[in-house]
Ligand binder design. Structure first.
Ligand SMILES: N[C@@H](CCC(=O)N[C@@H](CS)C(=O)NCC(=O)O)C(=O)O
Length: 224
């Protein structure tokens, strides 16, 4: 059985988790404290400290660089999920770069505004220090002040996806492909605090999100 090492609000972990749920196969979740990656470090023989990581028997799988999708491709190949069809090569790579920069880059700030509600107190110091070392002192207060404009920015970043869903139930096709899960994960991080919903001006995206929350592989078999 695949074991997923994750923390709940991580956008990339939500991608991996939703793909595993979609596969319909049983899997195990192991929660890693955001601020303490010792278990990941040990598991990967000192090669990696980020999440997600998956373990499948003797194999430990993690990303090679910012743009690799090793975990999704591993699960896809193991369970024949059809998330990376050859005819969508390249298009998906371009899209996931956009999704993981433009959508994630705004969504995580909006979620982080509410960090004290979901980061366990024992991890507060490490969480804040990690953010401030990367984004500067007072960054989270600044994002709180910028909340209305960040929401506007996210709405604008989501317009191309709303357009893509005009004639299709999923972003590229009649069934979900990898980029659907990728967008779902980045939005899952934005929505994690429970303080937001998807913009009303993006009704097709809202319906897609409902579909993406429920869908399992057997339902997609007709739409190969
Ligand atoms: N490209 C990687 C990115 C993974 C990543 O950035 N994970 C974050 C959590 S969402 C992380 O663990 N970052 C390192 C850290 O927080 O120290 C993937 O798709 O898995």
């Amino acid at each position: 059985m695949i074991e997923l090492f994750q923390f709940s609000w991580s956008p990339h972990c939500i991608v991996a988790r939703r793909i595993l749920e979609f596969s319909g196969h049983r899997f195990k979740i192991t929660h890693i404290p955001n601020g303490d990656r010792a278990q990941i470090w040990k598991l990967t023989g000192g090669a990696y400290y980020a999440v997600p990581v998956i373990r499948d028997g003797q194999q430990v799988i993690f990303e090679m660089n910012e743009d690799s999708q090793v975990i999704a491709k591993y699960i896809d190949a193991k369970y024949t999920l059809g998330l990376f069809p050859a005819e969508l090569e390249g298009v998906q790579s371009l899209l996931w770069r956009f999704i993981e920069s433009n959508v994630e880059g705004v969504g995580f700030k909006l979620n982080d505004i509410h960090w004290k509600e979901f980061v366990p107190p024992a991890d507060h110091l490490r969480f804040l220090r990690h953010k401030e070392r990367k984004f500067g002192r007072g960054c989270i207060d600044q994002w709180r002040r910028l909340r209305p404009s960040l929401l506007e920015q996210l709405e604008a970043e989501l317009l191309p996806f709303e357009e893509m869903l005009t004639y299709k139930p999923f972003l590229l096709d009649a069934r979900p492909r990898f980029v659907d899960f990728d967008l779902y994960g980045m939005l899952g991080n934005f929505l994690f605090s429970g303080h937001y919903s998807l913009p009303k001006s993006r009704p097709r995206l809202r319906e897609w999100h409902e579909r993406m929350t429920q869908i399992k592989i057997p339902e997609t078999k007709q739409a190969k």
